[in-house]
Ligand binder design. Structure first.
Ligand code: HEM
Length: 149
């Protein structure tokens, strides 16, 4: 077998591959939960309401696990590539990832509001809120791949 990379580089690439898998799962949950909220606002019967609560809770749990995995593997990557901590793009990325984590916490709050029948926001509100993680993700991926500064 031809070895293209040294052992330490290959170890880093494994961590990076898993980091990307967790990122995909986290983003999938953060993009789909507000969609469920959009449909939930349009439900008026009790069975429909309960069904949405169960779907939201399960999706939230998976999203939480994905967020923890993304953070753990991202910090692990930083330990393997410490030079990146001195770069502007990494500072910007970390700031946006903290914002994404804040959005994640906000989703948890909205989920609780639905479960306690205290949601007062409209479908349109959740449609607009849905764009927030999409835009943040777009900028994070550009920062990490293009490394513009
Ligand atoms: C949770 C905190 C995070 C930390 C500490 C972190 C850290 C890192 C580090 C150090 C790398 C290696 C960079 C390189 O080799 O060029 C990396 C790669 C990557 N990260 Fe993150 N990351 C985090 C979250 C995220 C998020 C939320 C996204 C996307 C929305 C993301 C997307 C990526 C991608 C696509 C790569 C691969 C880049 C490449 O190899 O060209 N990361 N991350």
């Amino acid at each position: 077998m031809i070895r293209v990379h040294s052992r330490s580089v290959r170890a880093m690439l494994w961590v990076k591959a898993l980091h990307i898998v967790f990122v995909i799962s986290w983003m999938a949950g953060m993009l789909y939960l507000p969609r469920l909220f959009v449909y939930h606002t349009e439900v008026s019967d009790e069975i429909g309401h309960q069904r949405f609560c169960v779907m939201e809770k399960r999706l939230y749990t998976l999203t939480l696990i994905a967020m923890i995995g993304t953070w753990v593997l991202g910090i692990w990557l930083l330990l393997l590539l410490p030079g990146y901590l001195q770069t502007g793009w990494m500072h910007a990325k970390l700031a946006l990832v903290i914002a994404l984590s804040g959005y994640h916490g906000w989703l948890k709050g909205r989920l609780r509001a639905f479960a306690n029948r205290k949601n007062t926001r409209s479908a349109r509100y959740y449609r607009i809120a849905n764009e927030v993680p999409a835009v943040l993700m777009l900028v994070v991926v550009i920062l990490v791949v293009v490394k513009p500064f």
